[in-house]
Design a protein around this ligand. Structure first.
Ligand code: WTA
Length: 677
């Protein structure tokens, strides 16, 4: 175990081999208007002032009742924030803005087809639509506080409307990324125990209207096989009043939301007064085993943390136009398209499609037309736009004051293009490092207070205190020039509460390794292990190197190698499967799949395609391997363990090191010939 982790940390170092860069400073113009330009914030949020410092974030919200206890550690490491407080997320993101902002755009929905008009949803309209949908969910679908409901919605205004309608009722939503397959959706329906599925008939991707309803049919059938009955499927329409999918509505199960909504015209639903620690949503993410984990996020803590970080890191003011190009199906979209921005009365852009449709000038036309001044995206999109349209940004007349990069390490060269070309040398950039589990940012610069360093995320956020441990548990000091496992010393309000239905896995995965005393009720004894390797420079800036566990970051999306391997094993021909990450110019990483067949079976191109298609069906197209290599045998240790490290070296054309101690060293030569020619 220890040996494997050391090896993977150093692989990560190879992958992210750049060194420390020079600082870039934000402009005086940016600093003058920034929401947070007071250096003392770092003192106010120091460990000495923990946990009371977080009152500052909670005070950005409206509470029905204030809390009695800011941090309850009695069930460590399942921490409860703002205990005794009562709050509603939908009220905070919608109702409370009406007196001042009812006529201001909350959501700009930009369809992928350029000839279609942008839909500007004001706060007043959002209020009406959220209320009517909440009434439908309560009275038509029979959903109530504490129930789970699965959403499988594409990027649309209806997605946040549905989320906020759930939040209004205290119904726990679990949104599954729209690009995921019916099977992946089914697994999440089963794990969360949802009996209602909310979807959309179709959406645009790359100029094509894709049928999405068929995935709902698959999901419901597969979930039933695993014992979870879905009794209602609620279908939004891409074009209200017109069905864009296949005409196969199941009687008494499938309903068009737009038809049913007519019965709820004018309905108003009193928001539930939720306990601060009641769950708001589940977000499934990949881990070391095949089964995705349902990260459970709470209400008061999560909303306080995302509101605070949206205000101080994203620097969103109500008069800004803010565009985060992530998908709401991932945590970035939940925290930084929907909950954080709307809690502070932002105008948030939602774009349906892909960045380069119909050409790589599209994002900059959207920015120009809506006068976007805050832009947020991932390195994979930046790399792609830089490659296919390096001169496009200069052609359009927009001006960003602020830009974000999130999701994977960004190469300094790519960062510099983002800064010079996209930001035109005027925007402050934040590189925000965080995770599905953490709800909000862990490391980032505060844009008016700290200079930028290309390739480094920056120091811990105020109130987030990182610490790096080596494999033996010794602290690696900042400036030591050594990588280690980055952990956070303290809990924070945005942190997930547990893994849905699996507290043991929560404790084992994130805390067991560096816990100082498993019986302790003190937060000081429970550092949170992020699963990333990092180097901290003497100035406290953190450079993330990549995962230490079996997770591959493809275009900023987390995929578990075990998840892909078990999908491959669904093919009856496959005896063994091993997935390894391959470096990719745009996507960062891509999975390469090695399989060994059952005895007597022959490799063929058809079979390789079948295996690849199975993975798309089981998980989704994003998990499709670069290549399926059908090999005679896997390289194995004498104890029979597959040597994924050797396969990874072969896939990346790197030196595979000494393989003479393997049980079957000759297979390495054979595989190498096959892969490298
Ligand atoms: C990686 C996405 C370097 C990291 C918000 C983490 C990053 C995983 C950065 C979480 C960054 C995220 N620099 N690496 N700025 N942001 N990562 O759960 O490995 O989809 O553990 O959350 O992405 O991915 P997730």
């Amino acid at each position: 175990m220890a040996e494997k982790e050391v090896v993977e940390t150093s692989e990560a170092q190879i992958a992210v081999h750049w060194g420390e860069e020079e600082f870039y400073h934000p402009s005086a113009k940016f600093i003058a208007q920034a929401n947070m330009a007071d250096e003392s914030v770092y003192d106010r949020f120091s460990l000495d002032n923990f946990p009371n410092c977080y009152k500052e974030y909670a005070d950005l919200l409206d509470w029905y009742e204030y809390w009695d206890e800011i941090l309850d550690t009695s069930d460590a490491p399942c921490f409860k924030w703002f205990k005794g407080g009562k709050i509603n997320a939908s009220y905070n993101c919608v109702d409370r803005h009406l007196p001042k902002y009812k006529n201001k755009t909350a959501i700009h929905f930009v369809p992928e087809l350029e000839e279609e008009k942008v839909d500007h949803v004001t706060y007043q309209e959002l209020y009406v639509r959220v209320n009517e949908m909440a009434a439908l969910l309560r009275d038509f679908a029979g959903l109530k506080r504490g129930d789970r409901v699965t959403l499988h919605l594409p990027m649309s205004a209806e997605l946040p409307i549905t989320m906020l309608a759930c939040a209004r009722l205290g119904v726990i939503h679990s949104q599954v990324f729209g690009g995921f397959s019916g099977k992946a959706c089914a697994d999440r329906i089963v794990d969360s125990g949802s009996r209602v599925l909310i979807t959309m008939d179709a959406y645009y991707r790359g100029g094509k209207l894709l049928d999405h309803k068929e995935k709902a049919d698959q999901a419901v059938t597969l979930a039933a096989k695993e014992g979870q009955k879905v009794d209602k499927v609620l279908i939004w329409q891409r074009y209200a009043g017109k069905y864009s999918g296949a005409p196969d509505m199941v009687k008494d199960r499938d309903f068009f939301v737009n038809d049913v909504l007519k019965d709820y015209y004018g309905a108003r639903v009193e928001p539930e007064k939720m306990n601060a620690e009641e769950p708001l949503f589940l977000m499934y993410t990949s881990g070391t085993t095949g089964k995705p984990k349902g990260c459970q996020h709470g209400t008061g803590g999560y909303l306080a943390y995302t509101a605070g970080t949206s205000k101080y890191v994203q620097d969103i003011h109500p008069e800004d136009v803010y565009w985060c190009m992530a998908d709401i199906g991932w945590i970035t979209g939940h925290s930084y398209i929907v909950y954080g921005p709307l809690a502070i009365a932002a105008s948030s852009v939602i774009y349906e499609g892909i960045p380069n449709y119909p050409d790589p000038g599209r994002p900059w036309r959207i920015a120009q037309d809506l006068d976007v001044n805050i832009f947020h995206t991932a390195p994979t999109a930046i790399r792609a736009l830089r490659k296919i349209g390096p001169d496009e940004p200069a052609k359009y007349n927009y001006e960003f004051k602020h830009m974000t990069t999130v999701g994977e390490p960004i190469e300094p060269e790519v960062w510099k293009w983002y800064y010079k070309s996209v930001g035109k040398g005027k925007a402050a950039i934040v590189d925000t490092w965080w995770q599905t589990e953490t709800g909000g940012f862990l490391c980032s610069t505060l844009p008016a207070l700290k200079p930028m360093k290309p390739g480094s995320a920056g120091p811990g956020m105020p109130g987030i205190h990182p610490i790096v441990y080596d494999d033996e548990g010794a602290v690696v000091e900042a400036g030591a020039g050594k990588a280690g496992n980055i952990c956070i010393q303290n809990p924070w309000p945005g942190m997930f509460q547990t893994i849905w239905g699996d507290r043991d896995r929560f404790v084992d995965t994130y805390f067991a390794r560096y816990c100082k005393d498993p019986k302790s009720k003190k937060w000081q004894d429970w550092p949170y292990m992020t699963g990333d390797a990092a180097v901290v420079a003497a100035d406290g800036y953190v450079r993330i190197l990549g995962r230490i566990d079996d997770v591959i970051n493809v275009s900023g999306h987390r995929l578990g190698t075990k998840e892909i391997e078990s999908a491959a094993l669904v093919c009856e021909e496959v005896a063994e499967a091993a997935v390894v990450p391959v470096n990719h110019e745009i996507k960062g990483k891509e999975p390469d799949l090695y399989v060994a067949l059952k005895p007597g079976l022959k490799a063929s191109a058809d079979l390789a395609k079948k295996i690849s298609d199975t993975i798309s069906e089981e998980i989704g197209k994003i998990a499709k391997p670069r290549k399926v290599w059908i090999v005679a045998d896997m390289p194995k240790t004498r104890s029979g363990k597959i040597m994924r490290r050797v396969l990874a070296s072969i896939s990346n054309a790197q030196d595979e090191g000494d393989v003479t101690t393997l049980a079957n060293p000759e297979i390495v030569t054979e595989i190498k010939k096959m892969v490298q020619g």
